[in-house]
Design a protein around this ligand. Structure first.
Ligand code: GLN
Length: 520
């Protein structure tokens, strides 16, 4: 891994910090000794992994100027299983972005250009690794580590995984602890896993999917056992060549105008593959999908504007060295103006605006309603019931009395629909974009704000257009359901990887992994 890092990292910029090689190698030697004695620490003993730089780690500092005195819970769990951290990876600042172009450390690039074993010559123009966990995906795809933890608030492990040709898995919300993960939009943030194959993702998921009392939204042991008692897709008498009991939903709303031809074709190929193994393919409808993207870009910035209030130069983060005679509120102004990048500022302004008394009802409340509609769409489509709504656990952070009615309706629909086990869609509308076509941070900082009224040459839409890349990944975050990006082919046009996305009912990770192995 270290030799791959020294070979590729200067070009890929996947790492923000690389662990001291001697420290890591010493741990590897200890792991080897344990293996020789047959007393391994856990399933990952000696395995080099990386963490996105928004995970708190004691050994290496964390983006947002924080030397953490503690490890994130998931970091502790992986370390207890023997994993060795070899670095912290590049990301869009605070997880806000889809191309890793909003990083304070410069973009992370797509490794596919330099390591592809394709026979066809591929375009050598630098492509983005995707975001926001771009460094994590690039580090796994280029062999600089075996696995990486990223975070997925609106698609941030699935999108870069699709662009770089690796597995990107987002568990159900609440399954893996967010303690020690820098908050972006807390009701959507999940820990994500990036690996080279499905089995590795499953192995890591089994280690980190634990109740944690330090995370208020961690799924309670009671709900975990209810979930475990529910039937998943029946795999008895079924093997990869016989999926006759499987029902696969194809949501018609994902067939959008922007979808490029190579992706449409691979999606069709995925459908044919599952059908050839006997699966029943069903056209399903998730009508609220079209509102999911705008709803997300109301909710996520609103939560971010509140979460990022802590970076004031007093409690956390960068502190401006302004003249100490100046008034206290100017410390905030300087600190926050200097410390945050353009995209983060844009989101804070947007979020603060939608939470003001005058706009709250017109934006935030509507977006919350759409979120419930997206959840209810999925509930009415899946065969398996949603465990969160089966039991009225009023002590659960997931319980909300007002939602009972809408869930009852979707439950009724679910029974009538003879639901599906899994939904299959593309991950992205295109392959990895060229870096020069993506918004670049230098380009942004040279331009004046998109809110400026005096510069008419600035096309305000270009910021919004960048958000369109998340159109297929966001619904799973709004609904809290598990989703995975599985590499499924190469575009014949540019030679870059394309991933297909699978989604299952809340808590049904087992079905998701099973079908993913069929696709990979
Ligand atoms: N691209 C989305 C955003 O910018 C998602 C980011 C994420 O999942 N962290 O908000």
């Amino acid at each position: 891994c270290f030799s791959q890092i020294s070979k590729h990292n200067a070009r890929l910029n996947a790492f923000i910090k690389v662990q001291n090689e001697n420290v890591a190698l010493e741990k590897a030697r200890e792991a080897d000794e344990r293996v020789n004695k047959g007393v391994i620490k856990g399933a990952l003993d000696g395995i080099p992994i990386t963490y996105k730089d928004n995970f708190c780690t004691k050994e290496l500092s964390t983006t947002c100027d924080f030397m953490s005195p503690f490890n994130a819970t998931v970091v502790d769990l992986l370390q207890d299983a023997g994993a060795i951290m070899i670095g912290k990876t590049n990301m869009d600042e605070f997880g806000m972005g889809s191309a890793n172009m909003y990083s304070a450390f410069g973009p992370a690039y797509n490794p596919h250009t330099i390591i592809s074993d394709q026979k066809e010559p591929i375009d050598q123009e630098p492509r983005v690794a995707g975001g926001s966990s771009g460094g994590s995906a690039a580090s796994v795809a280029s062999g600089m580590c075996f696995a990486s933890l990223g975070s997925d608030t609106g698609g941030s492990v699935r999108l870069p995984a699709s662009y770089c040709g690796v597995i990107g898995f987002k568990p159900s919300y609440g399954q893996c602890s967010r303690w020690g993960l820098t908050a972006y939009a807390s009701s959507l943030d999940t820990v994500g896993i990036i690996t080279r194959n499905v089995l590795d993702a499953q192995l890591i998921y089994d280690i980190i999917s634990k109740y944690d009392e330090k995370d208020s939204s961690s799924l309670s042991p009671k709900l975990r056992s209810i979930n475990a008692s529910l039937a998943s897709f029946d795999k008895t008498n079924t093997n990869v060549t016989d999926l006759s009991k499987l029902r696969v939903g194809i949501p018609q709303e994902y067939y959008v105008f922007e979808l490029s031809d190579p992706i449409k074709n691979l999606w069709k190929r995925g459908i044919s593959l599952l059908r050839s193994y006997g699966a029943t393919i069903v056209s399903v409808s998730c009508p609220s999908t079209r509102y999911a993207l705008p709803a997300y870009y109301i909710l996520a910035p609103a939560e971010a504007s509140s979460n990022l209030a802590r970076y004031d130069g007093v409690r956390y983060g960068h502190r401006s060295d302004m003249d100490s005679n100046q008034e206290e509120e100017l410390l905030y102004v300087h600190t926050r103006s200097e410390g945050f990048g353009e995209e983060v500022k844009r989101r804070i302004l947007l979020g603060t605006y939608t939470l003001t008394a005058g706009s709250y009802n017109d934006y935030f409340i509507y977006a919350q309603r759409i979120r419930k509609m997206v959840q209810s769409d999925f509930d009415s489509v899946f065969r398996r019931p949603n465990p969160l709504h089966l039991v009225k656990d009023e002590t659960s952070p997931f319980y909300n009395r007002n939602n009972d009615e809408i869930f009852e309706i979707s439950n009724q629909l679910r029974k009538e629909n003879n639901g599906v086990d899994v939904i299959m869609t593309p991950v992205a509308i295109s392959t990895s974009p060229k870096a020069k076509d993506s918004l670049s941070s230098s380009f942004l900082s040279n331009s004046s704000s998109c809110f400026s009224t005096d510069n008419t040459s600035i096309d305000d839409n270009r910021f919004v257009n960048a958000y369109v890349n998340d159109v297929f990944t966001i619904p799973a975050n709004l609904a809290g359901i598990p989703a995975i990006s599985v590499p499924f082919g190469i575009s014949p046009i540019d030679g870059f990887p394309i991933g297909l996305q699978l989604m299952t009912q809340y808590g049904d990770e087992h079905t998701l992994f099973y079908i993913s192995k069929v696709l990979e």
